[in-house]
Every structure is written in C-alpha cells, then in structure tokens.
Design a protein around this ligand. Structure first.
Ligand SMILES: [Fe+2]
Length: 150
C-alpha cells in the first residue's frame, strides 16, 4: 500500500489519489482473516469493508476509487497482457470477485465518476510488488492523511 502511494506521488497524482492508493486495501485490516476467506472460496469484499469504514473519515476523492478498485482489476483483466502479470493469488481472487468483466459491464464502468482514478490505483497496485527498494514510512503520510479528512 505504501509502494502504491509512492507510485501515485511519482506520477504526480492528486492528493486524494495518493491517499486512496495508501489506504486501498484497508479492508484487509478490518476483516478477520481474508486469506481464510479465499481458502473457503469466498470473497471478503475488502473494498466494500474499507469503503464503509473510511467514508466516515475521508473525502470522496479518497474512498470512491477504493470502493471500485476491484472492479478496475476485473476491467483491466480483459486485457491478456494485464491478466498475465497478475500474481497467482490475484488470479484466484479475481475468480471469486466475479471474474473478468463482460463488455457490457465494462462499458458501464467506464462512465463511473472515479473510473480514471480507480484504473490508475489498480495499475500502481500491480506495480507495487518490488522488494529491496527504499520505502517511505507510514508516518511520512501523516500530513497527507490529515489533509484528506472530511
Ligand atoms: Fe485490494
């Protein structure tokens, strides 16, 4: 999540999108054991869990892209090249999350207000799997988080 935020900063994204990137998988901290859900072949809907919690505190520009970041993955997975770069765990969860989007769903999704931000967030998420890079600390984001509160 920190790496995703670092990528959003590097790409000069809005403060809201940097914050969304930083918090996008917050739902995993709230759900008891998301991996167990995957093992049970259930989707924990971590994007909804995060959205419902974070929307009490953060601006729409933060929580709306988070809410649809799984949809963005389902949308992007229509592209074979993108699908192939997904991790094995992400391919398994994609199936549980409803699989690759249909053309009809995709067209509807493109009209959502936070479509562009959700796609960017998802791409940062995919690229944020590097090891051995210099990481920022969560405390470095205190001001950013504060400035995006309601
Ligand atoms: Fe996620």
């Amino acid at each position: 999540m920190i790496q995703s935020a670092m990528l959003a900063e590097k790409n000069k994204c809005s403060s809201g999108l940097v914050c969304a990137s930083l918090l996008h998988d917050y739902g995993h901290f709230i759900l008891d054991d998301p991996d167990q859900l995957v093992n049970k072949k259930e989707d924990g809907k971590h994007e909804d869990v995060a959205y419902l919690y974070l929307k009490k505190y953060f601006k729409k520009s933060v929580v709306e892209p988070i809410k649809i970041h799984v949809k963005a993955k389902r949308y992007l997975a229509r592209n074979k090249k993108y699908f192939n770069i997904l991790s094995q765990a992400s391919k398994v969860s994609l199936h549980l999350q409803g699989g690759v989007m249909s053309e009809e769903e995709a067209e509807k999704f493109e009209h959502e207000k936070y479509f562009d931000d959700a796609i960017k967030l998802r791409k940062f998420d995919e690229a944020a799997k590097k090891t051995g890079i210099k990481m920022k600390d969560i405390n470095d984001y205190k001001n950013l988080l504060n400035s995006n509160l309601l």
